[in-house]
Design a protein around this ligand. Structure first.
Ligand SMILES: [Zn+2]
Ligand SMILES: [Zn+2]
Length: 125
């Protein structure tokens, strides 16, 4: 593993957030000022393909990168863009039961207003 790849991997493992490539790049640059954006993108792609990290695709949002590989879904805050994990059991089974056929894949887009943003709205209304 190259030094760049190790650094990018460590940044994702250390973060409990779902970082964008840009956020990872900015953090990587603090440790390795010579690192290029293209290097970050390329390594993120390779690591996601290798299953070392998970790419989280959200419509109309930049991709996020997740250290948690176990199956889970994501909720995105409409106000601040914060991405939270949510575990939902049995969705595939429910779809298949109703459709009566096996499901190859599905996408779920969950939008909400996170507790912090709710609090801000309550304070300034
Ligand atoms: Zn929020
Ligand atoms: Zn996640």
């Amino acid at each position: 593993m190259t030094r760049q790849r190790q650094l990018i991997f460590d940044i994702i493992q250390r973060s409990d957030r779902h970082l964008t490539a840009e956020q990872i790049y900015l953090e990587a640059k603090r440790h390795l000022p010579s690192i290029a954006m293209g290097t970050v993108y390329r390594n993120l792609g390779l690591m996601a393909e290798a299953g070392e990290i998970r790419r989280v695709v959200i419509a109309n949002e930049p991709d996020r990168f997740d250290r948690m590989l176990a199956p889970h879904h994501h909720m995105i805050c409409l106000r601040c863009g914060h991405v939270a994990d949510v575990e939902l059991d049995g969705i595939r089974q429910q779809i298949e039961m109703r459709a009566g056929v096996p499901v190859e894949s599905y996408d779920l887009s969950i939008r909400y207003i996170c507790p912090q943003c709710r609090e801000i709205e309550r304070t300034y209304r």
